[in-house]
Ligand binder design. Structure first.
Ligand code: GLU
Length: 273
């Protein structure tokens, strides 16, 4: 079997050692290695970070195959996927502001920030009235209806085996909003299929999101790849590396004279954690 993997960073900052580990983890397993820039959120992504990511990966020596897939250049494709879900009666407009959602969630029922479903209950007439009045809205997935249509779901996680996908705790996830025409969940699922990804290798911080991804794959008629979520690199205090940790960015390391070979050797030896 041809193993096709990908690295799919969001250009909201420069790459740090944690990203390098993720890219290397996918690259080392690949017969075909794809690069994708997940830059749908125009409020957070910047072209200079996208260029920096490409430059840093080249410096690191992790070569990818074929064209770079830049999501912002493909909005009509994501729109078409949204239309499929709308056609199945699974989307509804949500007019709630963040403040309204926070208030509705004030009831003490655990830490999950799940949308209480306020706008799911609006009548067709009420929806139309608010849309005609120009109210901003997001599109949410009707999770209960989606689960009824999807039936039983599962995915294969390397090292763990088959796992039942249970997206219900995510509630009615947002799949599009005014300033971000499609969501991470929808785009990732669409593009993994489009790029023929057989193995999704990414950080364990995205493990839970897989439950939603498997549901969307089923609803859109897309294949479910094999998943492998890797450990996250941590700093000396045991905290996850984040974009704020400038010292760990690849460009800071390059400026300090660190050799890419040394970074990759550390990964091979199971270090850098
Ligand atoms: N774009 C996501 C991120 O930078 C990763 C997506 C994925 O690997 O599924 O966190």
């Amino acid at each position: 079997m041809n193993i096709v993997t990908r690295f799919a960073p969001s250009p909201t900052g420069y790459l740090h050692l944690g990203h390098a580990f993720s890219a290397w983890s996918a690259w080392r397993r690949a017969d075909v290695f794809r690069l994708r820039l997940e830059d749908i959120d125009a409020t957070r992504c910047r072209a200079e970070f996208a260029a920096g990511i490409v430059e840093d990966l080249r410096w690191l020596g992790l070569a990818w195959d074929g064209e770079i897939r830049t999501q912002s250049a493909h909005l009509p494709e994501f729109q078409a996927a949204l239309e499929v879900l709308r056609g199945r009666g699974l989307l509804y407009p949500c007019f709630c502001t963040r403040a309204e959602i926070a208030r509705a969630q004030a009831a003490p029922h655990g830490a999950e920030a799940v949308y209480p479903g306020t706008c799911r209950h609006l009548s067709g007439a009420a929806r139309e009235e608010r849309m005609n009045a120009g109210a901003a809205y997001a599109l949410r997935l009707d999770m209960a209806a989606a689960l009824r249509q999807a039936g039983a779901l599962r995915f294969f996680e390397e090292g763990k085996g088959w796992i039942e996908a249970r997206p219900l705790p995510f509630g009615d996830v947002v799949l599009a909003r005014k300033d971000t025409p499609s969501s991470y969940h929808l785009c990732v699922v669409h593009d993994d299929a489009l790029q023929g990804i057989s193995h999704v290798i990414r950080g364990e911080d995205l493990f839970e999101a897989t439950h939603v991804h498997v549901l969307l794959q089923r609803l859109l008629g897309l294949p479910t790849p094999v998943y492998a979520h890797h450990r996250l690199l941590r700093d000396a205090q045991g905290r996850r590396l984040a974009k704020r940790d400038f010292a760990a960015t690849l460009r800071a390391m390059r400026a300090a004279g660190v050799q890419p070979r040394a970074i990759l050797r550390q990964f091979e030896e199971g270090g850098a954690a």
